[in-house]
Design a protein around this ligand. Sequence first.
Ligand code: IVH
Length: 702
Amino acid sequence: MSALKDVADLTTDEADAEVTRLSSEIRKHDRAYYQNDAPKISDAAYDALRLRLIAIEDRFPLLVRPDSPTQKVGATPSGKFGEVRHARPMLSLGNAFNDEDVADFIGRVRRFLGLTEADDVQFTAEPKIDGLSASLRYEKGELVLGATRGDGGTGENITANLKTLNDIPHRLDGDAPDLLEVRGEVYMSHADFAALNARQREIGKPEYKNPRNAAAGSLRQIDPSITASRSLQFFAYAWGELSGPLAETQYESVQRLGALGFTINPEMIVTGKLETLLEAYRGIEKRRATLDYDIDGVVYKVDRLDYQARLGQVARAPRWAIAHKFPAERATTILNDIEIQVGRTGALTPVAKLEPVTVGGVVVSNATLHNEDEIARKDIRIGDTVVLQRAGDVIPQIVEVITSERPEGAQPFEPLKTCPCPLETPTAREFNERTGKMDAVRRCTGELACPFQKKEHLKHFSSRKAFDIEGLGEKQIEAFFEEGLVREPADIFTLAMRNREGEVQPPLQEREGWGETSVGNLFAAIEGRRTIGLARLLNALGIRHVGEGTARLLARAYTSWTAFKTAATAAAEDGEAREGLLGIDGVGETATDAIGRYFAEPHNLELVQRLEDQITIEDAEAVAADSPVAGKTIVFTGTLERVTRDEAKAKAQSLGAKVSGSVSAKTDILVAGPGAGSKLKKATELGVQTLTEDEWFELIGG
Ligand code: IVH
């Protein structure tokens, strides 16, 4: 290698080129080390690459890319740990940002349970630890499995690493249920974090950004002795599968975990009053700085476990708990420019290019400006001094402008009338019939004719939560797309054949940055994804308002691609097909309309057909297929006396039923309470099975 220039002497262009080269080399070595267990260079040589990248990024902060290896702390040894399907999903939490949100939460709980003024509901309040959640499975008192949360449904098996934590017992005494999954948060204390970074500095390794990243990096080490040296800790606050209940309330259950030898947080309280919950929040916030670990809010949970069971969950968060977040950290900086990014759905998002500044321990140089109304409302102009806010891992936002520091002649932002893409398609704000207002978002009207949208669509298609094609990241899509090698999803699956048959010139394996091995790996990864699960496919299609969560709900409800496509194609015109979509818990009007529109567009149907010709779509598992009402369409009418309408609906959906608002030939069961009128009449005419509320409970077993 030729002698490297001193970092201090590099021009910006040279630095930019080096950042690209170093990042790609480091990534290559990371892959060799973590995925193939075959490092190609010595540790010292690897460290030298990283140190040079850090030095360049230090001098040129604007060149720090979000995907730089220096921004990723610790290894991501994907595929290195075995996968673990959680016996019960590991849920996330909804957020409350102010007192009113907390009052609303309590109101929702009370309404759902149908409680009267006289009924009391107790809630627990405890700190929300800013770490990583983990699940520990004990069978007959023996720790048999420890796993990360992963996507909530499937995590990674990190038993050996978790066993190194002092807070995690390997054996529980005889008092524990035969089967017990303990859940809680792994974290690193401030003292251990400071000591770890001091050690990293000494040995010339990059420092961790914050204790959470340090804990994550430490927990996912391949060698458990490294995890052991990192002094991680664990607070137990929840449970998964159990052979018998721990207690009747949240509070008592956590105390039992404490008695079984787990560390539990000492700050937990129980109360039936909103004011006391808010006092606990303010008290914990006040003590935040004196705690030896990071917290980012307070979690409130319904105390009675029978109430929790009735409340159940919506999407992936329980109805019975909420996280009351602390206000985000703030900093002041200069807005150097406003750039427009075109997203996959054509949304033009203004992005603030900022003078780099540290907020909450992380250097920030970009912030979203949302849309032009937001810029106008806050009167944000280029050159302004702005107040920036960043909460947790959320994208930083500009809160306000310090107008007293505005430079002379700073011009207000002018929205783009045409898309920045080469087609220069006109942009527009749509009229939203549902809200009766203009959408805040300006969009390129070119749809998939707009190359920016096409390209973003492909990036999404290949991304981790969609087809997850290793080696076909944003950069590769960008290059293949620009060259015309991959213009739509089906092209990904014909690439290997076209390359083999000489249509790709020069062939990929002869190109700079590629070789036989990496091309072989890429084609193998593509081949490996020719068979795809329904939920992933639905997410990958990039239908507006159909993200990962909705895709999963649709997949579970329809189970097969054919069933879904038939319903979706009919949805634009056929009221019953529309009802079918709307009957799925979590699928609303907006998503239903968007699905109808997508499948009414011949261009989309052709694109989907070409993709279908290349792949095999696996059926999804239906929810609770063994429940007597799975797959059935239920209508509730009249007054329900044992539960609220919301609760009845949620219960039916959790058993795999679809709940509809109107009776038709597709209705399987009508549950009719007192006062039922026209729906009951119609059901009788159509010969639909009709049940009283008691008969319904008997059918579903309680
Ligand atoms: S309860 C069923 N309690 O916050 C609800 N979560 O934003 C399960 N977390 O994934 C979570 N401290 O990793 C709960 N005291 C606490 C928590 C806590 C931290 C994390 C947890 C969860 C995330 C949701």
